[in-house]
Design a binder for this molecule. Structure first.
Ligand code: SAH
Ligand code: MG
Length: 873
């Protein structure tokens, strides 16, 4: 809101007044907001974290209001109550007319001339206008830059909201009632003070300096076939900028120019200026003419814009009397467009339009980069002039812990339901529930809007698992979405299908440092994206340090595939198909150069990436930092001990991941002759194949001289049978079961003990009770913003964990299985010591087969795919 000033609040307590009138019917809902005070204008750097702020939504029987953003919950509630009171006590219309006249007379006063106000600059500049227009202020300008004036007009005639011309005629009528005469020009739709300002007033502000000033702007033609184009406005001293704009628009003078509200950030003074071809027919009262509608400008501003429009950042501010301006380029326009695509906000907040994607799931706060999903959803609503989304938490206090779901409603301005999300999944943490709900909605919106190709064809969408959509209540602006974004979404759409193009190829350069990233790792890369065409090359996006979580789909699929194959210090290069022009322009600053390249045809995008750093997931870092040797090393040693004791020759590692156990087994001779690793992650298997292969090809490897004959990696689930895994001497399943849903863990137990029948099976999983110790030593540094309450349930060690069991839960699971399948079971662990509370960090169950297998008991079943085979089987 412009206006404000320093009107001192009276000493009343708005909340108390509301309570008196409405009692329990007044419902306050407080929500946390991220401080994004420097957001809004796409393209600005957006801070990752700010102090926690609050916004309050006050629901009263007749209407609801949203408070300002405050530092304290208390203040947010008061602010909401204050706004509700304002709404309840709007003055009657007669008073409003009188107030309008007195406001106008203040604006034409000596006093107003010399203060800093977005409008007073126009009064001063008007005196520099030449000829008959000297001293005249366009009424359109007055309605825009004095919100008090505008609000009074709205009160007099509420339906004027979207009709600027009507507001203007109300002001013109009021001007005739001014005590001190003002010239009213109906022809120019302008007002001018009759008596000259006294010299001391004129001298009090020193307006001009004789500088040449040129401001870059862009033209958005109303004909959609025409591209937006850059232009330069000459606003050198002594020239009224509104006249310069009028000239560009082909309008007779400034009064023929209409101004939009601010676009993007509200304090930016970036507006659309247009010349409605029907404006001069004001008196005929017929201004509706669809043929001149400027779709792009209308969509951008959320107001009807007719004729060609100019987007420019210029105006007077509260803080200085000088004219403020900034250059606007086609890039600004395309970035504004992008910020209205649900995931566009994410790409912009990461400054990675051609690389980033919004991950479909919210993992941990510490690994999330870019704006949080909830903030993105709120911004999407703000951008489309919808009220803030309503988040309701449903907390279930089921033993052993409470869980939360977050329901979300998006309403129209008239409080009709547009979208209703009712989740199935519960979360341990409330923030996770909220963030996941938000990201689900954003992804849904993105996909939904992408599918629209016929303008105005928003179709109802009900009961898609967890979401209802009622497009009949949606604003006109959102309806224009598909029309304006057609191009942008189409190309983006084919990319998002998640499958990587088969033609896609890449090459990796540099020394293989053996430091890789696996799923869940935080990787840091530098990259650049260039537009290339037969030797010609233009860098259009560049990031020196770009972090994302591998495996979370936070970047385009090709990007992720390539980084997963790289070692730290290596560089890679790949070509990708051209994305839409809009994306390219949004990323790039030099439209002329890009246009030249694009118009020559046959362009493609070239990505060039260098892997700078890899940070392992929190769990792995913890296991290394807090245990010596690391916890994973201790698990491996535990398995090796059993191999030695049993002189095993055949080992199967269930859920081998990237092969940490198999890899260690190749470091020293053992009795093993055959080893098999099974996993469902192809990426992890590829990683395992790479390291195992290099170890086995190394002729100095001691394993060469031992009896190892074959090593095999299989791609498949450990819950289904594969005859090759039958009757091994040792089965290991280290830190795997907690990655599957609990029922699956039991299915695995049944399958492995009844069908694979290993002589010995070693299963390890985190001991949940031990988390207190782990988290005490890491919360301070890892996730400062999390709750510090010691009685709160602990977090899981890894966001991919579906459960973490206490010692009792694990033992019940293992003992039941053993009984059922004629195995014996014993318990142990690594990290911590026997008998010391709260037990081992990793708990281990060792199952021993209590029966002999029949000869040749080979069962047929669908075999898993062989990923890598060494030695032959
Ligand atoms: N055992 C390895 C990896 C542990 S991470 C180690 O100790 O380092 C857990 C692994 O379980 C992941 O690689 C994951 O892909 C795998 N996994 C999860 N569910 C699986 C399933 N149903 N079948 C096979 N592997 C599975
Ligand atoms: Mg795990």
């Amino acid at each position: 809101m412009v206006g404000g000033g320093s009107s001192k609040k009276e000493n009343v307590n708005p909340k108390a007044v509301i309570h008196q009138r409405f009692g329990d019917k007044a419902r306050y809902n407080i929500e946390e907001v991220q401080d994004n005070s420097s957001n809004g204008l796409p393209g600005l750097a957006i801070p990752q974290k700010g102090p926690c702020l609050y916004r309050c939504n006050l629901e009263l029987p007749e209407f609801s209001v949203v408070s300002d953003v405050c530092k304290k919950k208390k203040d947010a509630m008061q602010s909401a109550a204050e706004k509700a009171l304002e709404k309840l006590t709007d003055p009657p219309v007669e008073d409003a007319s009188d107030q309008l006249v007195s406001r106008l007379s203040y604006l034409f006063s000596n006093e107003f001339y010399s203060i800093c106000h977005p409008l007073s600059g126009h009064f001063r500049a008007a005196l520099q206008r030449e000829g008959s227009l000297n001293g005249f202020i366009p009424i359109s300008v007055m309605t825009i830059f004095d919100s008090k004036l505008y609000n009074l007009c709205k009160r007099i005639k509420p339906e004027t909201e979207s009709k600027p011309l009507e507001v203007m005629s109300i002001i013109m009528d009021a001007a005739t009632r001014l005590p001190e005469p003002v010239l009213v020009s109906r022809e120019f739709m302008s007002l001018k003070r009759t008596s000259p300002y006294p010299p001391e007033v004129l001298e009090s502000v020193d307006v001009c300096c004789d500088q040449e000033t040129h401001v870059k702007a862009i033209r958005i033609p109303y004909l959609v076939e025409k591209d937006v184009e850059p232009l330069t406005l000459d606003v050198s001293a002594n020239k009224y900028y509104m006249d310069a704009i009028a000239r560009e628009l082909g309008a007779a003078d400034a009064s023929m120019v209409l101004l939009s509200r601010c676009i993007g950030k509200s304090s930016s003074e970036t507006r659309l200026y247009s010349h409605d071809p029907n404006l001069h027919q004001l008196d005929k009262g017929d201004f509706e003419n669809g043929s001149y509608i400027n779709t792009r400008a209308t969509y951008l501003s959320g107001q009807d814009v007719y004729g060609d429009a100019i987007l420019v950042t210029i105006g007077y501010l509260w803080k200085s009397c000088d004219l403020f301006f900034e250059d606007v380029s086609p890039r600004t326009y395309y970035r504004l467009l992008m910020s209205k695509v649900p995931t566009g906000i994410y790409k912009l907040s990461r400054e990675a339009i051609l690389a980033a994607e919004l991950p479909p799931k919210f993992g941990t706060r510490s690994n999330w980069r870019g704006l949080y999903p909830r903030e993105i959803l709120c911004m999407f609503c703000r951008q489309h002039r919808l009220p803030e989304p309503v988040f309701s938490l449903i907390v279930t206090k089921d033993a052993p812990e409470e869980t939360s779901k977050c329901e979300v409603k998006i309403l129209s301005k008239g409080q009709d339901l547009i979208l209703h999300y009712y989740p199935q999944e519960s979360f341990k943490k409330q923030t996770d529930a909220i963030q996941n709900a938000s990201s689900r909605i954003i992804s849904w919106l993105n996909n939904y809007l992408k599918k629209l190709n016929v303008p105005g064809s928003l179709t109802p969408y009900r009961n898609e698992l967890d979401l209802d959509f009622y497009p009949e209540h949606i604003s006109k602006e959102l309806n224009l979405f598909s029309l304006v974004h057609k191009n942008l979404l189409e190309t983006n759409g084919t990319k998002q299908s998640n499958s990587v193009d088969t033609k896609f190829s890449y090459n990796i350069e540099g020394l293989d440092t053996e430091v890789f990233a696996s799923s869940g790792c935080l990787v840091c890369v530098s990259y650049s994206v260039s537009l290339v065409n037969e030797g010609e090359k233009e860098v259009i996006e560049k990031n020196d340090e770009f972090e994302f979580e591998l495996g979370s789909e936070a970047v385009i699929p090709e990007f992720e595939v390539v980084v997963a194959q790289m070692g730290v210090g290596q560089s890679a290069r790949f070509k990708a198909e051209l994305t839409s022009q809009e994306l390219i322009f949004a990323a790039n600053g030099d439209p002329a150069r890009v246009l030249l390249l694009l118009s020559s045809g046959g362009c493609s995008l070239e990505y060039s990436i260098t892997l700078l750093r890899v940070t392992e997931p929190l769990e792995d870092r913890m296991e290394k930092a807090l245990f010596s040797p690391s916890l994973s090393k201790q698990r491996v040693n535990y398995a090796v001990q059993h191999i030695k004791e049993s002189s095993a020759t055949f080992l199967v590692d269930f859920g081998c991941g990237s092969g940490s156990l198999l890899d260690s087994l190749l470091d020293y001779p053992t009795s093993l002759e055959k080893i098999i690793g099974v996993d469902i992650s192809v990426k992890a298997l590829a990683r395992a194949a790479k390291t195992l292969h290099s170890k086995l090809s190394n002729s100095a490897n001691p394993v060469k001289t031992s009896g190892l004959k074959s090593a095999l990696l299989l791609d498949g689930s450990i819950t289904t049978f594969d005859s090759r895994l039958y009757d091994c001497d040792i089965g290991t399943c280290l830190e795997v079961i907690e990655h599957m849903p609990e029922e699956q863990a039991t299915i695995f137990g049944n399958v492995v003990l009844s069908l694979f029948c290993p002589k010995l099976l070693i299963v390890s999983t985190p001991n949940y009770e031990y988390n207190v110790i782990l988290q005490k030593s890491t919360t301070q540094t890892q996730e400062e913003d999390e709750d510090k309450n010691p009685n709160k349930p602990c977090k899981f060690r890894n966001f991919d964990h579906k459960f973490e069991w206490t010692r009792e839960q694990f033992q019940v699971w293992a003992v039941d299985l053993a009984k059922k399948h004629n195995y014996s079971v014993g318990f142990s662990g690594v990290g911590g010591a026997e008998g010391v509370e709260p037990g081992f960090a990793s708990q281990i169950a060792v199952f021993k087969r209590g029966f002999e297998l029949p000869e040749g008991g080979d069962l047929a079943a669908v075999p898993d795919d062989v990923v890598w085979d060494w030695g032959g089987n």
